[in-house]
Design a binder for this molecule. Structure first.
Ligand code: SAM
Length: 217
């Protein structure tokens, strides 16, 4: 399947091309997300590890993190991506990496319904979302994130740090929602950050029908 180059609505297909350059900012960010995702799987309790990724794109982070991870066979989960081409690429990559416990579904990840049956998760990825939604929606997502989580879940989000850098406020929103910061990867020479949190408060009950955010770009 070829991406439909001329269709401007397929911006999110073209967006992934920067991953093809290992020196790109996006590839640097990928390496940080991959490292933290591997650590999150390491930290999960013995047995089945449930992983979810919202707005998963082509699933590059999940596949890179798990392809040679010693616990890859323990991991089950769901990637949720709205663009059908990206979804197909992600599903193909999951199959190619023999991650048979993980599926990619083409659905609206902003609605909690998309994760019904895949939660409570031990590992939650919210990467490439917070630069595309309003500050209010970021706060709302932080306040409801524990609905997707198992006790002690690790949650990873990314956001650019361009002025005005709101990542300190986002960190506060997650801390206020019961998460504790584990790592904050924010290299001086780049403008991205990768924030890794652990849920230290009890999880909230999962509820269908909650809209977490709306993409505004
Ligand atoms: C910035 S990219 C991030 C992709 C991936 N998480 C990564 O970091 O490589 C945002 C992705 O979100 C997808 N997307 C946008 N709105 C969505 C929604 N409501 N539900 C699911 N995916 C959505 C886009 O198609 C795009 O692939």
């Amino acid at each position: 399947v070829q991406p439909p180059e001329a269709d401007p609505e397929r911006f999110w297909v073209r967006w992934h091309r920067d991953y093809d350059d290992p020196a790109s900012r996006l590839s640097q960010r990928l390496r940080a997300v991959t490292r933290r995702t591997r650590q999150a799987v390491d930290a999960a309790p013995p047995g089945t590890v449930r992983l979810i990724s919202a707005c998963a794109g082509q699933g590059r982070d999940v596949v890179a993190a798990l392809v040679d991870h010693p616990r890859a066979g323990d991991v089950v989960g769901r990637l949720v991506e709205l663009d059908p081409y990206n979804c197909e690429v992600a599903q193909g990559a999951l199959v190619g990496a023999r991650l048979s416990g993980i599926e990619c579904v083409c659905a609206d990840a902003a609605l909690t319904d998309a994760f019904d049956g895949a939660v409570p998760a031990n590992v939650v990825l919210l990467c490439g979302i917070f630069g595309n939604i309003t500050d209010d929606d970021i706060r709302h997502t932080a306040q409801n994130a524990a609905r997707l989580c198992a006790p002690g879940a690790w949650l990873i989000w990314t956001r650019h740090r361009r002025s005005p850098d709101i990542t300190p406020r986002i960190r506060q929103w997650f801390t206020g929602a019961g998460f504790e910061l584990q790592a904050f990867d924010a290299p001086d020479e780049s403008d991205y950050c990768v924030a890794t949190f652990c849920l230290t408060a009890p999880p909230l009950a999962f509820q269908r029908g909650i809209r977490l955010f709306t993409f505004v770009r």
